[in-house]
Design a protein around this ligand. Structure first.
Ligand code: SF4
Length: 431
């Protein structure tokens, strides 16, 4: 089992883990389940829990960055029927691999966070939808649920109070689109995992048509820390409007790829240093800062940017899920875009025409540029196709396919033009 030492600055979720101490007894030694116990024993009200989350400025860690406290306040408290809580552990985007580490190394932080969420929103049933290609980690999460249930932290009358919460693990099917929240709900209901039209949103019409709150794994896992340290102190770890710590999945041409938990607002240069710097001392060329669907930025821009939602947005991209793909000077930008375009083409669920047809069109055009058959007007055509996909589809996969195309062409146009004109790559390693 991999050690997690020396990879973080002020870590919370990934602190003090050695790969073996994930069990309930170890979690309790680290102060685990204290937040849940205090809430129930001291009769802290659901409204107080939500207020603390709002103060913490904890934002959704799955990609959208929506304020968690605000999302939880949307759940109708007096709804007469069943309501559901769902955790999205269906990470499948290229570059994203943090949630599997949470359920592998610290599954009880997630369970405690979900139990607190259930209490705050008056929910009695929850599911964790785990990506279908993760087997050992799924089994571990099941084991952790059993431990929590046996210790009275889950199930009926938790810790002898009136609060009950049944939590179940659900093994998905490995499709990227099932990470889209409404496709996930369809899949959880046993149907084909295809996104729903919105509105209605899951807060009013979710699992089995009932009010449902869905959060990412890292978001739930952060909740016990917010409650233990208090919203203000948690917020102060990061920057205004960007509270707390964030796990960044560092991949690509770095010396030590892996997950790194640092305060939001940490300079990218510091994060890169934590990851051992550029592999073989090469120069940085490009970075996708938030998962493959986010716009690529040049290395120079990234080296002057902080890792938080607002700073990355100002630089022209999005923090997304915090999957940082680093590319060095030997990477061909046309080939990189080709790989990403193929991914979205393959993963489109096919429901809407702009995405179903457009992703294939994008892929085929980038493919011909890469293979020396590009035409003079191809770049304008690519931008035009991307424009006609973005914002015209049922779910965000269409945008996810279009945004990288526009950003790669905008920031590395010279490489694309060189490919088209000379029929081969500008980068020496690929000539
Ligand atoms: Fe399916 Fe693509 Fe439409 Fe999303 S945008 S619903 S993935 S076809």
């Amino acid at each position: 089992m991999t050690s997690l030492h020396n990879r973080h600055i002020n870590p919370l979720i990934l602190a003090n883990l050695d790969g073996q101490n994930w069990h309930l007894a170890d979690y309790v030694k680290r102060g685990g389940y204290e937040a849940l116990k205090r809430i129930l024993n001291e009769k802290i009200t659901p409204e107080q829990v939500i207020a603390e989350l709002k103060t913490s400025s904890l934002r959704g860690r799955g990609g959208a960055g929506f304020p968690t406290g605000l999302k939880w306040s949307f759940m109708p408290r007096q709804f007469p029927g069943q309501k559901y809580l769902v955790c999205n552990t269906d990470e499948g985007e290229p570059g994203t691999f943090k949630d599997r580490d949470i359920i592998r190394y610290n599954p009880h932080a997630l369970i405690e966070g979900m139990a607190i969420g259930a209490y705050a929103m008056g929910i009695t049933v929850g599911y964790n939808y785990i990506h279908g290609e993760i087997w050992a980690d799924y089994d571990r999460f099941e084991e952790a649920i059993d431990e929590a249930r046996a210790a009275g932290m889950l199930g009926d009358r938790i810790l002898g109070t009136d609060f009950s919460f049944q939590l179940h693990a659900f093994h998905g099917y490995g499709a990227y689109i099932c990470g889209e929240e409404t496709a996930l709900l369809e899949s959880l209901e046993g149907k084909k995992g295809q996104p729903r039209f919105k509105p209605p949103f899951p807060a009013s019409f979710g699992l089995y048509g009932k009010p449902t709150t869905i959060n990412n794994t890292e978001t739930f896992a952060a909740v016990p820390f917010v409650l233990n340290m208090g919203g203000e102190k948690y917020a102060a770890l990061g920057k205004p409007n960007n509270g707390g710590t964030k796990i960044f999945s560092m991949s690509g041409d770095v010396a030590k790829p892996g997950n790194y938990e640092v305060p939001l607002g940490t300079p990218f240069a510091t994060l890169l240093e934590l990851a051992g710097g550029m592999r073989d001392g090469k120069k940085i060329k490009a970075v996708i800062p938030g998962g493959s669907s986010m716009p690529v930025l040049t290395g120079d821009v990234m080296m002057a940017t902080d890792m938080d939602y607002d700073s990355i947005a100002k630089a022209g991209s999005m923090l997304g899920s915090g999957a940082v793909i680093v590319m060095d000077e030997t990477r061909c930008m046309v080939k990189s875009l080709l790989r990403l375009s193929y991914f979205y083409f393959e993963e489109s669920c096919g429901q809407c025409t702009p995405c179903r047809e457009g992703t294939g069109w994008l892929y085929r055009m980038v493919h011909r540029i890469e293979h020396g058959q590009g035409r003079a007007d191809d770049l304008d055509m690519l931008n035009s196709i991307a424009d006609n996909i973005q914002g015209r589809t049922i779910c965000a996969l269409g945008d996810a396919a279009a945004m990288p195309v526009r950003a790669f062409i905008k920031n590395f146009r010279d490489e694309f033009e060189y490919h088209i004109e000379h029929k081969h790559c500008l980068v020496p390693a690929y000539v």
